[in-house]
Design a protein around this ligand. Structure first.
Ligand code: HEM
Ligand code: NAG
Length: 368
């Protein structure tokens, strides 16, 4: 994996590589997603699709062990091809799972297109012109319907695709609880009100995460998802030109990084120009995101405030805990990986539909 110089030139080179899709990815030697790892040692559980009492939210890793044992292999093979074509796909799929789970739980509501009964979440402020990866989900779903008709839910596909994307980008692997079912509703208003904005203060971020049952450890670890992928100029422009309504840049932005960003993101226009969230290694899942934050090189306000509190650089935010966590993860990648995996399981457990609730969609874009 090439190490890119922390400079404006690096930023430009990086972006050129990104758009040319020529970044090579570190592929771990083998994939074992823990299928059956608990087999024989786990308490016995039914495979009828009904959650046993006392299970963690009714989800469990062996859910498809009998009904579709090859489910994860199919997901991985589609991902390998899609990510080889365009490394950014991994980031886009991770984000899809996040935006699914924060709006009426992890129920694939985010995948529903507009119809007579559905106001699609794809039109919300945070999602419009921004969410991507839907075609890859369609391709996975089509292959799964061929192999195991009407069995694997779209909500589980999103969770499997997020985990697979992280593994294929060099990140951690973990046992993934499964058994989510798909919603028969979507919430455009929920999508507008539950996904935090990129210019959020630390206390706003915490409020949004706590609403989902997630704490400050989850907030910092999951924000580490920004170690891959990109953001549009419009999502960080405020920091460059008018952070606090005084026509001044965000003083927590490191200077050379600030100048580089300005050339990508002019004061007017260029809203769809993109910049890597972790310009040191935008296609590699690692802890560089946290190292960059320590240098004042977090791209979004929501990234930098994990260190600085309220983003005004005077350190008076109550950022003690998140600041320590940023330093810890910058120092120790394996600790970050462990916590990221735990927090992903926690996020994936947000209000799933289980048992006979919801349905298993035939096509992720519409109701059966
Ligand atoms: C803490 C609050 C968060 C905020 C305010 C936030 C905001 C954003 C924004 C504004 C973008 C760029 C969107 C665009 O330019 O169209 C982005 C991209 C991204 N976000 Fe977040 N995010 C947050 C948390 C998360 C979490 C929890 C994850 C996953 C665990 C995540 C994963 C990603 C990824 C992977 C991308 C890049 C997507 C791509 O390149 O297609 N984010 N985020
Ligand atoms: C964040 O951006 C929105 C939309 O541009 C704006 O209305 C809001 O005041 C900003 N919030 C902060 C804390 O700067």
């Amino acid at each position: 994996m090439a190490v890119f110089k922390v400079s404006f030139l690096g930023l430009v080179v990086m972006m050129a590589l990104f758009s040319a899709s020529t970044l090579s990815l570190a592929h771990p030697a083998g994939f074992n997603f823990g299928w059956g790892s608990g087999w024989g040692s786990e308490p016995s559980r039914g495979h009828s699709g009904y959650a046993p009492a006392g299970g963690s939210f009714g989800l469990f890793p062996q859910f498809y062990q009998f009904s579709c044992p090859q489910a994860n292999d199919i997901v991985i093979s589609v991902l390998q091809q899609a990510i080889a074509r365009e490394p950014r796909v991994a980031a886009s799929l991770l984000r899809l799972h996040f935006h699914d789970c924060f709006v009426q739980g992890c129920d694939a509501s985010v995948l529903l297109d507009d119809s007579t009964t559905i106001a699609s979440e794809k039109r919300s402020g945070p999602n419009r012109n921004s969410l991507r990866g839907f075609e890859v989900i369609d391709e996975i779903k089509a292959k799964l319907e061929e192999a195991c008709p009407q069995t694997v839910s779209c909500a589980d596909i999103l969770a499997l695709a997020a985990r697979g994307s992280i593994v294929l980008s060099g990140g951690p692997n973990w046992d993934l609880p499964l058994g989510r079912r798909d919603s028969r509703t979507a919430s455009l208003s929920g999508s507008n009100s539950n996904i935090p904005a990129p210019n959020s203060t630390l206390s706003t971020l915490l409020t949004f995460f706590k609403r989902q049952g997630l704490d400050e450890v989850d907030l910092v670890a999951l924000s580490g998802g920004h170690t891959i992928g990109v953001a549009r100029c419009v999502t960080f422009k405020q920091r460059l030109y008018n952070q606090k309504g005084n026509n001044q840049p965000d003083e927590t932005l490191e200077r050379s990084y600030y100048f580089g960003l300005k050339s990508v993101c002019p004061r007017s226009g260029g809203d769809n120009n993109i910049s890597p969230l972790d310009f040191a290694s935008p296609a590699k899942f690692d802890n560089a995101y946290f190292k960059l934050i320590l240098f004042g090189k977090g791209l979004l306000t929501s990234d930098q405030v994990l260190l600085t509190g309220n983003g005004n650089g005077n350190g008076n935010g109550n950022a003690g805990k998140t600041m320590e966590l940023v330093k810890t993860y910058a120092d120790d990648e394996s600790l970050f990986f462990q916590q990221f995996a735990k927090s992903m399981v926690k996020m994936g457990n947000i209000r799933p539909l289980t048992g006979s609730k919801g349905e298993v969609r035939n096509n992720c874009r519409r109701l059966n």
